[in-house]
Design a protein around this ligand. Structure first.
Ligand code: HEM
Length: 495
């Protein structure tokens, strides 16, 4: 007995081990087959958009970051997947499912949002940097309130005042280029647009405060697409510190104005504060329209939304004109004729801006070809179908504006810079998306176009220029599509 027991024990242990090993192997096999089915399913199924979920947890975040860090720019990530999977594809970035759609019909469905199926959604890093009271992050109702308040400030009257102020800034800046051996358009344009935004919003136009704002806003912009880790020395942390400083400057301006220390300013901040008081007076209540936090977050939002985008668009425009001398020739003729009609001492007005039909098409074509904001993010609030695929509630749906702008079925010879393509205004609806569409259309659209036209007028009537670095690489870590070279040029004064 005593010798059999251990034998039995060995036997049953052996059986047990075999069962465990077989069990483990079948589990492994099951997992392999399941994952193979899963990836086949990802690519071939008709219900869910094709695409790859990438690695567990991190998805394709590293590849997304790699394209941000490459000379091809952030859009390269989208372009490659679109080539591989088609017009509508799915990926996983920062732990969330993102679908990209790129037809004019999808753009209409998502941006028009008649059925209330989508809300705007930015990545965590962007939301933390612009602030949760920003209209970029606000819920539908909150957005309505803030947008309503801010749109009052973008009236035709305000635009007329702004055009004159902006022209003064441009004339002054261009005067300084005359004796320089090289002018980097992106840097100069950014200085000008930042100054214009800060002046229009909070009357800061020179000195230490402007320098701080320029520097800190640049840090915030650089942090927009970083990993939202609040660790010292990271790009995101630097962005948050910069945001704090900017909030401090705007907060001080608000307190001074509320105390009546600075009442002479006629800027957007002053108008928001006066609207506040008017609202209190009219209703007889103490309820305020926008809180200080809302005002601060939205002033920062507008500086960010307005300066880098417009400066990048101006830079692309200079490059496109340099590469297309026949377009430049037609443009110069229009602008020199206009200059002859107006007094050399007066500043441009809204009427002069409306008298630039060809330049307006140059601006539009530059915006189409550059697609400075390449896609617009939204959140699906319910399950729906798009481009024949199923979209699940909670997924991010991105309208790929750049693909629409370069779609040969929408634009003939789409890579050609041809302003005259806009001679015929009857274009396919939702085919020009440079400023978005629907309830979230760019609030500063007319202002941005006016800045580009004023800049074009002064540049073409003051200088001839030659681009000295034609490299088309895109700047790393940019939220907007920006030329890495900054577009350096030499300029010669027109006698
Ligand atoms: C060439 C320059 C510009 C371009 C290409 C541009 C582009 C855009 C685009 C595409 C959107 C919509 C994004 C979406 O639907 O998700 C947008 C929104 C916005 N833009 Fe612009 N923009 C420019 C200049 C400006 C300027 C100068 C300002 C302000 C002074 C401004 C303020 C805003 C604001 C506040 C929003 C958010 C609107 C909302 O969510 O209701 N932008 N812009």
């Amino acid at each position: 007995m005593s010798s059999r027991l251990p034998q039995e024990a060995y036997y049953s242990f052996g059986c047990y081990a075999v069962v465990v090993v077989l069990g483990a192997l079948s589990c492994l096999l099951y997992q392999i087959i399941k994952s193979m089915n899963c990836s086949n399913h990802d690519i071939s199924t008709a219900d869910i958009p094709p695409g790859s979920r990438g690695l567990p947890f991190i998805g394709e975040t590293l590849k997304f970051m790699a394209s941000l860090n490459s000379g091809k720019g952030l859009y390269e990530f989208v372009r490659l997947r679109r080539l591989r999977h088609g017009n509508c594809f799915r990926t996983n970035i920062f732990g969330e499912t993102h679908v990209f759609v790129s037809s004019t019909e999808s753009a209409r469905a998502v941006l028009n949002n008649d059925l209330g199926r989508f809300s705007k959604r930015y990545m965590k890093s962007i939301a933390a940097l612009v602030g949760n009271q920003s209209l970029l992050c606000a819920s539908h109702q909150h957005h309505k309130l803030i947008r309503g308040q801010l749109s009052n400030l973008f009236s035709t009257n305000s635009l007329s005042v702004f055009i004159k102020q902006f022209d003064e800034l441009i004339v002054d800046a261009l005067r300084g280029w005359e004796h320089r051996s090289c002018v980097v358009i992106q840097d100069e344009a950014l200085k000008i647009t930042c100054k214009a935004m800060c002046k229009m919003l909070i009357s800061v136009e020179s000195g230490y405060q402007l320098e701080v704002l320029q520097k800190e806003v640049a840090h915030v912009c650089e942090a927009m697409l970083s990993f939202p880790l609040r660790l010292p020395r990271t790009r995101f942390y630097k962005g948050l510190q910069a945001r704090k400083k900017i909030m401090g400057i705007i907060g001080d301006a608000i307190s001074e104005r509320r105390k009546g220390l600075e009442v002479k300013c006629e800027d957007l901040l002053q108008r928001l504060l006066t609207e506040d008081e008017k609202a209190c007076g009219e209703t007889g209540t103490t309820a305020r329209q926008l809180t200080d936090e809302e005002i601060k977050d939205n002033i920062l939002t507008m500086i960010i939304a307005g300066q880098d985008t417009t400066a990048s668009a101006m830079t692309w425009m200079v490059k496109f004109l340099d590469e297309n001398p026949e377009v430049l020739h037609t443009l110069m003729k229009e602008q020199l004729d206009l200059a002859r009609k107006t007094s050399s001492k007066s500043f441009l007005t809204l009427e002069s801006i409306n008298d630039m039909p060809y330049a307006s098409k140059v601006v539009k074509e530059s915006l189409r070809l550059a697609s400075v904001v390449p896609w617009f993010p939204r959140l699906a609030l319910e399950d729906c179908e798009m481009e024949g695929f199923k979209i699940e509630r909670g997924w991010n749906v991105n309208v790929d504006a750049k693909s629409v702008h370069l779609d040969p079925t929408v634009y003939t010879d789409p890579n050609k810079f041809n302003p005259s393509r806009f001679d015929d205004e009857s274009k396919v609806p939702y085919s020009f998306l440079a400023f978005g569409m629907g309830g979230r259309t760019c609030l500063g659209m007319n202002m941005a176009k006016a800045m580009m036209l004023v800049f074009l007028h002064r540049l073409t009537t003051t200088y001839r220029w030659k681009v000295i670095d034609a490299d088309s690489s895109i700047e790393k870590w940019g939220l907007f599509s920006k030329l890495k070279s900054g577009c350096p040029v030499t300029v010669t004064c027109i006698a």
